[in-house]
Every structure is written in structure tokens, then in C-alpha cells.
Ligand binder design. Sequence first.
Ligand SMILES: Cc1cc2nc3c(=O)[nH]c(=O)nc-3n(C[C@H](O)[C@H](O)[C@H](O)COP(=O)(O)OP(=O)(O)OC[C@H]3O[C@@H](n4cnc5c(N)ncnc54)[C@H](O)[C@@H]3O)c2cc1C
Length: 437
Amino acid sequence: MDFAFDDRTHELRGRLLAFMDEHVRPAEATFREQEEVAVATGREWERVPVTAELKAEARRRGLWNLFLTGKSAEAVRKWEAATGATHSHLPDPPLTNLQYAPLAEITGWSPALAPEAMNCAAPDTGNMEVLAEFGSPEQQERWLRPLLDGEIRSAFCMTEPAVASSDASNIATTIARDGDSYVINGRKWWSSGAMSSDCKILIVMGVTAEATAGDGHSHRRHSMILVPRDTPGVEVKRGIYVFGYSDGHHGGHAEVEFTGVRVPKENLIAGEGEGFAIAQARLGPGRIHHCMRQIGAAERALNLMCKRAASRTAFGKTLAEQGHYQEAIEELKKAGNFTSEPNATIGYVYGRMGRTLEAHKVIADLQDQLKKGYVAATNFATVYIGLGDKDQAFAWLEKGYQQHDFWITFLKGEPIFDSLRADPRFQDLVRRVGFPQ
Ligand SMILES: Cc1cc2nc3c(=O)[nH]c(=O)nc-3n(C[C@H](O)[C@H](O)[C@H](O)COP(=O)(O)OP(=O)(O)OC[C@H]3O[C@@H](n4cnc5c(N)ncnc54)[C@H](O)[C@@H]3O)c2cc1C
């Protein structure tokens, strides 16, 4: 399979990187402050205001619902054509998974903000896919429409504390037909997003037909049903923590009890016994999206590691100049085909180590990426600083300033720029960027 980026992927990566530089990363500090206020004021599970601003900007830039690929994108387009709705703002034609994956990777650089800003955050993504592919027209009108619009959020309630849920044939919550209704009883946990008051709808998986031992029907017993979060009998009990993190801004991961919860029979998705087929369709692309974001998060960690190694000194040398760090960075470089920023930091480290050939190879890589899309000018400056070429470094910083490159704001405190600080050109840049010196 050819994993090379096509022209469309390059163009979208450029747009997304610019959005990350100009809006997402600058919003991270605000996000942390707003999150602290939310926790202090008893709003731990709610979205913070900066998210809404980012969503508006992402939509304005056409970076909205890009996760909808393949069959689910087709289904949304069909639904929009039939109903005259235009909520998805889908690109035409929609992306393929191969085109979307490198975009998901970039959003992983800021996982708390970027995916939601673009309406590409789990579990809503998978839930929209379910509704698009398997929902009735009424279900789509009521729930898919506001989800595509980013107006509400949703949760997926499959996992249960009482059974090993990695084998979903164990799921034991019951969904029993009673006249024109279904009645749901059971206990779920890890229902991501359900703590938030923005979460309006739950997709619940449960048993609609009893198992008959040995009849081979263990994958036809389960169904999925839509349960509005405010239905009597639904009790969202608590948020569960992962290594001490609540993921509160994301609506947490809730334990939810269902006691005699009654919903109309029309809330069943697709049909009785279809739960497994839907679950498989839902989890496929969703897991890949998580993996791609994880790669982006790892790239950011590597970048931070390189910067730290380049700026901290032990026994008269920076950490980067100590043998075991060089080895580690070398291994990591071999392992990944990184986005421009970690590449630039690695180039900086090469420069400092006197490995000029490798540093110039990084510059050539950046030039190559620049031809195909977007690379922040400051990334070039970073490598030239490592090489000790101040003229080139200032030329690229000047470009960064002209292009409103977000990284230029790091001039203030970033140790990588220390070797330039005494130069009058640095003072001039800092004055124009507007920081106190
Ligand atoms: C952050 C987070 C968010 C989540 N969000 C949701 C959500 O929104 N909705 C939802 O329904 N669920 C969600 N989950 C739950 C998740 O899908 C389940 O934890 C997962 O399916 C495993 O089920 P379990 O916890 O019952 O583990 P168990 O099934 O009890 O598994 C226990 C252990 O057995 C191992 N194991 C299982 N099968 C095998 C095998 N075949 N070979 C080797 N080892 C095996 C597992 O690796 C695990 O270590 C979330 C979980 C987390 C951590």
C-alpha cells in the first residue's frame, strides 16, 4: 500500500498546521486556566469557553467533520441530499481514511483541544458514524443533525463493571420489549463524555434475546438503543479517573446506572440482534483515529525531550551532548517520519553536536515539506541556531515574524534562542513582537 501523501493531504495538512500554530497552541494556556476555574467552581465536567471559539474558527477554515470517510461519509451526504441539510460541512468529495490519518496525527499534538475544535473527537465521531450508517431518518433528524453541527455531545455505553467487556458477547444489560417500549436495566462504566451536561444522548448496548447454549448465536443477541440522558431511571453516578486524570473537559468517563429506563421502540437502532455488527463498524476507524492522535502526542513528547536535552547542562555539556542522549534521539529519529517541528529540534541537536551533514539533511527535509505545504519559518531558524549560523537564523526568524508564525512568541523564554539574545537583531525582533525584554 502506498502511504505517501497526495496533493489533497498536503494541502489540508498545511491548513491544519496553520490552524494549530495560529489558534490551538496559543489557546492552550487559556484552556488550562479556564479548566482550573471550572474545577474550582464545581464545573469540572463542562466544556470551557475557549473550546467554542476554536470550534467557530475551525469551521470557518473548512476543518470540520473531516473524520467522516468512506461509507459513513456517503451516508451523511445521502441524508443531506434527501433532507436539504448542510450541517456536516463535509469536503467534496469526503476524505479517505488514508487522507484523514495524517490529519488526526497533527491533532494529537494538542489532544484536549484540536479534535474537539474540529468536531472530530471521540466518542461523538463513532456515534455519528452509527447514526449515519444505521439510524432511521427520524433518529438522524433528532440526533445526527445537532451532533454534526457540534451543538450537543453524546456517549457510547457498552462496557460494564460486572463482566469482561473486551469480549462484548458478555455484555449483560437487558433491553426488554414491553408493548411499544423497550425497558433497560443494567450498569455501565467508562461511558466517555456522559458526565457533561452537553451530553444529550446515550447509545446503549444490551441483550434483547436470551442466549441458547451452543446455538452459535452469541453475536446476534445484542442490540443498540438510543436513550436520551434525561430519561427517568438514568443515573449518571460518578466520573472515573485514569492515572489521576478525570478528562473533565471532555465530559469524563462515567459510571451510569439504568433502572427500569423506558424508551419508545423506535429508539432501537437498525433492529434487534444488530448490536454486534454495529459495534464492529463503529470501533474500526475510531481505534485507528486514536492511534494516529497518539503518534502526534508522542511526537510532541519527543520534541519536548529534545528541547530539554538541548537546554540543560550537566558536567559542562548539554544533556544532548551526552552519549546516551544522542543514542536515544538517533533511535527515535530512525523510528519515525516526524512532522516538521520535532525534525527541526533534532536538526538543532545535530547542529550543536557538530554533525553538520545531518543538520543540513534536516533543512533539506524541511525545504521539501515547505514545497508541499506549510512549515513554520521558526523551525528553519531552530536548525540554523544549532549550526551557529546566526545570519540564516535571523533571516528565518524575520520570515516567521512577517508570517505571524506562532512560534515567534517563544522568543521570550525559550532557551534555544539564548545564543541570539545579545545580538541587536534579537532585541529588535523582541521589541516588534511586543514582549518586555
Ligand atoms: C479512557 C477510556 C475510555 C473508554 N471509553 C469507553 C466508552 O466511551 N464506552 C465504552 O463502552 N467503553 C469505554 N471504555 C472501556 C474499554 O472499551 C474497555 O475497558 C475495554 O473494552 C476492556 O474491557 P474491560 O475493561 O472489561 O477489561 P476485561 O475485558 O476485563 O479485560 C481484562 C484484561 O484482560 C485482557 N484481555 C482481554 N482479552 C484478551 C485476549 N483475547 N488476549 C489477551 N488479553 C486479553 C485485557 O487486555 C485486560 O488487561 C473506555 C476505557 C478507557 C480506559
